[in-house]
Write a protein that binds this ligand. Sequence first.
Ligand SMILES: C[S@@+](CC[C@H](N)C(=O)[O-])C[C@H]1O[C@@H](n2cnc3c(N)ncnc32)[C@H](O)[C@@H]1O
Length: 271
Amino acid sequence: MARLVTVTDPADPRLADYTRLRDVNLRKSLEAEHGLFVAEGEKVIRRAVGTGHPARSFLMARRWVEPLADVLDGVDAPVYVADDATVEAVAGFPVHRGALASMRRLPLPEVASVVAAAGRLLVLEDLVDHANVGAIFRCAAALGVDAVVLSPRCADPLYRRAVKVSMGAVFAVPYARMRHWHDGLAELRAAGFTLLALTPDAAAVPLDDAPSGDRVALLLGAEGDGLTSHWLAEADVPVTIPMSPAALGQGVDSLNVVAAAAIACHALVRG
Ligand SMILES: C[S@@+](CC[C@H](N)C(=O)[O-])C[C@H]1O[C@@H](n2cnc3c(N)ncnc32)[C@H](O)[C@@H]1O
């Protein structure tokens, strides 16, 4: 049973897990050091707890205690209750959904175990935007992708913004992080995956003509530079979602990576 503790001082050391949630650099070091992540909002907190992540603590406005009572009843962690101004002063921004939870990370599985039973895979190379990573997980969950594999430098799916944008899909879709960027794709090919490199390059195979099969992995590149030349060369087939001639005429030569993921996942899962 969680214990309710009223807090009034934003500098209270017991709230350290929630300090300056917008500061990416601070959060990266703090979260890595303590093996934690922050879930925001009732639904996401429910999903985080429901998927077996142990809670370190909660921080919320009093109005959220009752709606979350069933979750709080089942965990052994302090629930810090504060007014909105205090929560905002700790987090560094207005927490509209008024409820935060600091959760322990679970150990990430190895790539081999995550892909063992997968037929449809997304592979993300060096994405930097946490919101994009979260939105791609939401696409993956919504469209029936089995698992996600991240390059070693890809943005963290458990960063607060990614968790929030994914609406908790980061807890639903199994994922793993490659240990080595250079040989990471070779491991997937050895596991029987056909590797399709998604690229705006008009010379690539149109998505409608892309090969299918029992095991297919879609590779998506970074927001600015796209897939590296190494991964493009390692892939079995470069695949493109054809851009309209009018768009190209106006200098719009690629899709946002989330839009590309959604379109390609839909086609991939349809087979
Ligand atoms: C914003 S794009 C990067 C643009 C970069 N200039 C390039 O040439 O790849 C980010 C990722 O979205 C995917 N993408 C964007 N537009 C695409 C399209 N028309 N067809 C297939 N994939 C696309 C690719 O995986 C790409 O690496």
